[in-house]
Design a protein around this ligand. Structure first.
Ligand code: AHM
Ligand code: MG
Length: 343
């Protein structure tokens, strides 16, 4: 705390010099890209509005479902719009009105959307990931990745069928009692928490680093019948006593909501996976708006992210906007251990 009245604020235990997301974005632009046009900063500002609006609707939906007030599904059939749809509409409107987005890919939309106007960015998003969990009060979230358009682009699918290494920013917002935003704009990973009263995201976890090792694995083991033998072997071995963890085996932690599972993985360490199954040879999670943003965050926090073949996720070039991949990501040491099981 600083300023002439600092002793008063100290006595009242009030932090008066907080770093809001807006302040962070503006100071990053000033220090790292002083010549920048400010378009990315404006886009990030539109994103934070979308997150606040979605957070507000999720808090409201919980209440509506619990007490069954007018217009809800409980009291009058299917009047209430599905949160997936609301989240998608909020996102599309926020990106459109930002005037800085040309191309939008959403999990909820079959085709990509190209906006009129001169936006220079492409955004890929799953507006509400894990929505099947909402009624049980489990955290869900918005995942997003951002590309800058090439100079000669008029806005097309080519702007997003690019390697994840070309993204300029990525992150997620996890909704619960409060909303948590994890963001990288190419540098470190910073965590922000939405102060509901203030209506601002506050920097609460600067420069997050994922622990190098941790005996936690996170996967839907109900699918193990469909896994190839090397994956079964790897998971079986994690359940044996581990010398490096004082003889303890790994703990299983699987929420079933990617944002919540990745949030825990960044904070505590461990490994999260959704492998492809033997039959379809395909994973469940989508490359552009689930795998890539999470892989960028995890790598920028010091971790690693690979597919079932051990290839770096961010080096993949998707062939269509809703492509899927098997994925393994988390602590560097844990991903390296998984790699020893790949023939
Ligand atoms: P969704 O985009 O339809 O919500 O599906 C994605 C979710 C992830 O959040 C989560 O990691 C995974 O699907 C859970 O799948 P499963 O229920 O098969 O374990
Ligand atoms: Mg999803």
């Amino acid at each position: 705390m600083s300023g002439p009245n600092s002793s008063v604020s100290e006595k009242m235990n009030v932090e008066t010099d907080i770093i809001t997301l807006t302040r962070y974005i503006l100071s990053e632009q000033k220090s790292k890209a002083p010549q920048a046009s400010g378009e990315l900063s404006l886009l990030l500002n539109s994103l934070q509005f979308a997150f606040k609006f979605i957070a507000h609707n999720i808090r409201r939906a919980e209440l509506i479902n619990l007490i069954g007030i007018n217009g809800s599904a409980n009291s009058s059939g299917d009047v209430q719009k599905k949160l997936d749809v609301i989240g998608d509409e909020i996102f599309i409107n926020a990106m459109k009105s930002s005037n800085n987005v040309k191309v939008l890919v959403s999990e909820e939309q079959e085709d990509l959307i190209v906006f009129e106007g001169g936006g220079r960015y492409a955004v890929c998003t799953d507006p509400i990931d894990g929505s099947s969990n909402i009624d049980a009060g489990v955290s869900v979230g918005t995942i997003f990745g951002i590309y800058r358009l090439k100079d000669d682009s008029q806005g097309s699918i080519k702007d997003v069928l690019r390697k994840g290494t070309e993204m300029v920013a990525a992150g997620y917002t996890m909704y619960g009692a409060s909303a948590h935003l994890m963001l990288t704009v190419g540098g470190s990973v910073n965590g922000f928490t939405l102060d509901n009263q203030l209506g601002e995201f506050i920097l609460t976890q600067p420069d997050l680093r994922i622990p190098d090792k941790r005996n936690i694995y996170s996967v839907n083991e109900g699918n193990s019948y469909y896994w190839p033998d090397n994956i079964k072997q790897y998971i079986d071995d994690l359940k044996k006593p581990q010398e490096e963890f004082g003889g303890k085996p790994y703990s299983a932690r699987y929420i079933g909501s990617m944002v919540a599972d990745i949030h825990r993985t960044i904070l505590y360490g461990g490994i999260f996976s959704y492998p492809a199954d033997k039959k379809s040879k395909n994973g469940k999670l989508r490359i552009l708006y689930e795998c890539f943003p999470m892989a960028m965050l995890i790598e920028k926090a010091g971790g690693a992210a690979v597919n079932d073949k051990g290839e770096r996720i961010l080096e993949i070039t998707p062939k269509s906007i809703h492509d899927r991949s098997g994925i393994w990501l988390g602590s560097k040491g844990e991903v390296e251990k998984f790699l020893t099981y790949i023939k």
